[in-house]
Design a protein around this ligand. Structure first.
Ligand SMILES: [Zn+2]
Length: 238
């Protein structure tokens, strides 16, 4: 019985690995650059040392408080408060958790940069995965108890990543199209970078924004009023 269980486990891991490899080999047209490590210098505003001592955004590293606020909401839209649309919400069908904020917007609506920064990924060429591949990918996550990064990346569909320094990166997912920028382009807050879609997902059109903080995401480990407070602060909502 023990042997059988071990064999099943090996089969699951091997299957997941093969699938992840398959995904990796089909991702050659995605431009990815390593996040820029910003060193504080004369050109970067200094923050009071006290601000560096407060970890108030979840499980991520300690960063300057000012780096975690001043993000713009999509124009004319409020911050959603339904738990399922927020970071940390369980996604049982793939054994994982939501890592961003979902804004249910209409197909084709313009998506603006939430803050000034440098584009470090833009999927100008993008090939949609099939519904079958998607179901298989979610199933791998469900069986493993977590969603492997390669599958999570495919689930986010067509993406743009913007580096804002201090290890803060915004990711815009499920886009239907992207504007004519490239890796290294500097964008201002409010610059139109792409359009709302539902690439990578079976769900309806919506904008999924993640605020990455180092290896984690804003709100990781927080819930309820504490999570809302951190998100409201990030998006400068009272
Ligand atoms: Zn989402």
């Amino acid at each position: 019985m023990k042997l059988l269980r071990a064999l099943v486990l090996i089969a699951i891991i091997a299957g997941g690995g093969a699938y992840a490899y398959q995904l990796r080999t089909t991702q050659s047209n995605v431009a990815v650059a390593a996040p820029v490590r910003y060193k504080p210098d004369a050109a970067v505003e200094r923050y009071p040392a006290a601000a560096l001592d407060v970890r108030e955004h979840g499980r991520g590293p300690v960063v300057p408080a000012a780096a975690l606020t001043g993000f713009a909401l999509p124009v004319g839209y409020q911050m959603p408060e339904e738990t399922e649309l927020l970071p940390g919400s369980p996604r049982e069908y793939r054994g994982g958790y939501h890592e961003g904020v979902d804004f249910p917007l209409s197909m084709g609506m313009p998506v603006a940069a939430a803050k000034a920064g440098k584009i470090i990924r833009i999927d100008s060429d993008y090939t949609e995965w099939s519904v079958e591949e998607q179901i298989n990918g979610e199933d791998v996550g469900f069986r493993l108890g977590y969603t492997p990064e390669t599958i999570l990346d495919k689930l986010r569909g067509r993406q743009i990543w913007i580096d804002h320094g201090y290890g803060i990166v915004t990711r815009y997912a499920h886009l239907s199209s992207v504007e004519l920028f490239s890796v290294g382009s500097i964008v201002e807050q409010g610059t139109i970078i792409g359009h709302v879609g539902n690439s990578g997902t079976k769900a309806g059109p919506h904008l999924h924004i993640e605020i990455r903080v180092g290896e984690g995401y804003l709100g990781d480990g927080l819930s309820g009023a504490e999570l809302l407070r951190v998100l409201r602060h990030a998006f400068s909502v009272g």
